[in-house]
Design a protein around this ligand. Structure first.
Ligand SMILES: [Zn+2]
Length: 416
């Protein structure tokens, strides 16, 4: 068993094969949730899972569960999952690498004639991206009890089409109730979507948890005025105040190295005219840190800086904190199995905290969960240029294989 390795070439070919469903001219993928391309890749996935001797079931959110029998049928399954949907101009690997590495694990175990003690389940979660139907991680959220099923059904896309209607249209509205489906453990492989592993020349990221996150909306109100006839000292320029705030917000993260990040990513200037002093600016703030206490401290600094700068600039500022996610840690046993597998396989690895949301974040609320990161080129993701190498994917899939097998064996030994 120790010598067992996935077929990296087959895995790469499989990823390239699925990239055709919704493939774009620039080499990316546009496979929005519950679109025709999503149905095509699902149909393909179900067929391949059946060829690999799995029995397939669909739950009430359209998530696909492919079950490979274990020696015993009663223990809850050890699961591997991620998502096959993409952003409108997404890449070939985000989510897909995780699901198809799972498929490669199942194929490898079949060829080796190895049967786990508990059943194995391979999962494709519906609507991880949240681009067509917001919020993201919708099906894993319902699975974990974060969202109500009927709320998810009622969510509409920009054309007014409801989630449930589109789920039925593509033929993936299953019967199995989310709360009735129990998992014994959950592992997810994902591209890092950041530059750290590549920069440090590490092959595997042992994901220990996710950072906390706080979102804000700030409206700065000054006074519109003529750009030619209003002297500088008599202006109430909302954009100048905003500019100072953006710099201050950047400093808040710089003052809490190495983990803090802060971003102003959306700005709307009114009236947005070249010869009018801006009267109003709306902008968003995204603050993240793995330690919730530090994040709260950053929250205090943000409020203080915005107020002080508004006062100095002769404008008013209204700050609303509209979304928070607490930081979380994955299961110590799952983390340790990933770390051990990476070490035993001889890959360079490091612990890492996820900067992005993943289905695993929600599943961790209901089952012991671990994640494996692999590098992606220049950290680029949610982009048609997203790239990684066959070697990295194969390494990640090997870690996934050995993690799952070791976790299953350890749990079986503990139950005896
Ligand atoms: Zn993803």
């Amino acid at each position: 068993m120790k010598e067992l390795r996935v077929n990296g070439e087959r895995l790469w070919q499989t990823i390239m094969e699925t990239a055709k469903f919704g493939g774009t001219a620039k080499g990316g993928v546009c496979r929005l949730t519950l679109s025709d391309a999503d149905r095509q890749v699902r149909d393909w996935f179900v067929r391949e899972c059946e060829v690999a001797d799995c029995s397939v079931s669909i739950d009430e959110m359209g998530s696909i569960f492919a079950r490979r029998p274990g020696k015993a049928d009663t223990p809850p399954p050890v699961a591997i999952g991620s998502h096959l949907d993409t952003q409108p101009s997404g890449g070939k690997f985000d989510g897909i690498a995780g699901v198809l590495s799972g498929l490669e694990v199942v194929r490898t175990l079949k060829e080796a004639g190895y049967t786990t003690n508990a059943p194995l389940e391979l999962i494709d979660w519906t609507n991880e991206e949240g681009s067509r139907f917001t919020p993201p991680m919708l099906a894993s959220g319902v699975f974990a009890g974060v969202f109500e099923r009927d709320f998810a059904y009622s969510v509409k896309d920009r054309d007014g089409k409801k989630f449930i209607e589109e789920l039925e249209r593509i033929g993936y509205h299953g019967q199995k109730k989310c709360p009735d489906h129990k998992l014994g453990a959950y592992f997810e492989l994902h591209i890092e979507q950041g530059p750290v592993l590549e920069a440090e020349k590490k092959t595997i990221g042992v994901v220990t948890g996710m950072q906390g996150q706080r979102w804000y909306e700030v409206t700065v109100t000054g006074q519109e005025a003529h750009a030619g006839s209003t002297p500088m000292h008599l202006r109430h320029d909302a954009m100048v105040a905003c500019g100072r705030m953006v710099e201050a917000i950047n400093k808040i993260a710089l003052n809490h190295p190495p983990f803090a990040v802060s971003t102003v990513g959306l700005v709307t200037v009114r009236p947005n005219s070249r010869n009018v002093v801006p009267g109003s600016v709306f902008f968003t703030v995204d603050l993240r840190h793995p330690d919730d206490d530090v994040l709260l401290h950053m929250d205090g600094e943000l409020r203080e800086r915005v107020e002080v700068i508004a006062g100095e600039s002769g404008v008013s500022a209204n700050l609303v904190n509209n979304w928070n996610v607490a930081s979380m840690e994955f299961d110590p046993e799952c983390i340790s199995q990933v770390r051990k597998a990476a070490g035993a396989l001889g890959y360079l690895y490091r612990d890492i905290i996820s900067g992005a949301g993943h289905d695993a974040i929600y599943i961790a609320r209901v089952t012991p969960t671990g994640m494996i990161f692999i590098p992606c080129e220049h950290g680029i993701s949610h982009n048609e240029l997203e790239n990684t190498t066959p070697e990295y994917i194969a390494a990640g899939a090997n870690v996934l294989l050995h993690t799952v097998v070791a976790y299953d064996a350890a749990r079986n030994a503990a139950m005896r």
